[in-house]
Design a protein around this ligand. Sequence first.
Ligand code: NIG
Ligand code: FE
Length: 388
Amino acid sequence: MTSTLITNIGELATLDPERDGLLGIVTDAAIALEGDRVAWVGPAHRAPAADAAIDAGGRAVLPGFVDSHSHLVFAGDRAQEFAARMTGEPYSAGGIRSTVAATRAANDEQLTSQVARFVQEMRAQGTTTVEIKSGYGLTVRDEARSLAIARQFTAETTFLGAHVVPEGMEPGEYVDLVTGPMLDAAAPYAKWIDVFCEQGAFDADQARAILRAGTARGLGGRLHANQLGPGPGVLLAAELGLTAVDHCTHLTDADVSALRETGTIATLLPGVEFSTRQPYPDARHLIDSGVRVAIATDCNPGSSFTSSMPLCIALTVREMGMSPAEAVHAATRGGAAALGRTDIGTLAPGRRADLVLLDAPSHVHLAYRPGVPLVAGVWTGGRPRPRV
Ligand code: NIG
Ligand code: FE
């Protein structure tokens, strides 16, 4: 097994809870990688010998970002819908159906090369783990092939047949399809099952039935909820003990208490509020209330067409009241927790060697220098990935 030492790191954010502070920062640090794992972390002057050494030049290193929510399997775009929103049109979930039509019409090669392009964009911006959902097929064939394509890029695949009821079907008939033949076809390629629980999509009873059918098949449950207005989704996520509930834009005090008590991760998606001109969720209040939070891009052609975790970090800090350290935590350890993973999101011996070198002296620059491509290097499983 080859070993690599990255040394002369000005600020190493380990995110290791055994170390001090939210980010477990080690200054004047080094990190040794062996095979696909972190082998050693500590002060540079005590670093072990390695096959190869890389000088970080006093710059910052942190765990690769964990983007726990994206919808990358689609065709077409909705730039006109975005432009209309910026001049006053409201966002509506109905736009999903135009992407469904384009996705059904695309062949496997087209969809696969789209996903490859977005995953490369993400990697170049420091994302080392991405979750990818289906949800723009909405037929047995198109949901299964969406997941088979997503599986080529990540183990974190999510069956979102319950995105909206497709044109030409009755809600009850579609729920039967999703919980029956569609689940049968999708389950071999999926780790998770998700439902869009919102007015105009699926109500709490439908979402409960779909999530229970998925969990009975061994899939983990997650939910899109409380995005466009208050609703029952967050309480449903708490009732079912889901790992994560995503969006969480419109919350009542009861929702916040339920999240705190169950430990379900609230995944905040600031690209959505940016791209739909809606009010941002109050991350400050959630954190101060003891809720565990993650941030993710929600990359999709409708509500949030960004692949950039650094942008999401900057928005979360500027618009949602998080400190830069809290935002980095939410984008690394938080994302890992939202995927039920402990092997990623932290740089400590034995964890996966997924890390990012910033062209900056500290993590603060991710929010302080918004829009600037600060990612100078990315390692996934101990291997350097060229910048695209
Ligand atoms: O997470 N909320 C539901 N689904 C996506 C949006 C999908 C779309 O507009 O195409 C989301 O925001
Ligand atoms: Fe989403």
